[in-house]
Write a protein that binds this ligand. Structure first.
Ligand code: ZN
Length: 80
């Protein structure tokens, strides 16, 4: 008998089931500690970290572009 990933039964129930519906149900086979490879707490934490890093990088890029635009405007309209 195969064990299914128990992702939909853990804390995500509260996070994603607004209005009573369970939106995230995982039907993958559990490979580690009752979770599939994608929903193991370690994997989830790693993904979250990567997401935050991407966000940080994007914020830096946007700040840089904003400075570029400001410098461009200042060059175009001196004294404005
Ligand atoms: Zn899963």
């Amino acid at each position: 008998m195969t064990i299914k990933c128990c992702f939909d039964k853990v804390d995500h129930y509260n996070k994603y089931s607004v209005g009573g519906g369970v939106f995230l149900q995982c039907s993958r086979v559990a490979t580690r500690d009752g979770f599939c490879f994608q929903h193991h707490p370690d994997a989830v934490a790693k993904r979250k970290e990567e997401q935050q890093e991407r966000r940080r990088r994007r914020n830096r890029r946007e700040a840089f572009l904003a400075r570029c635009r400001a410098a461009e405007l200042a060059a175009k309209f001196p004294g404005a």
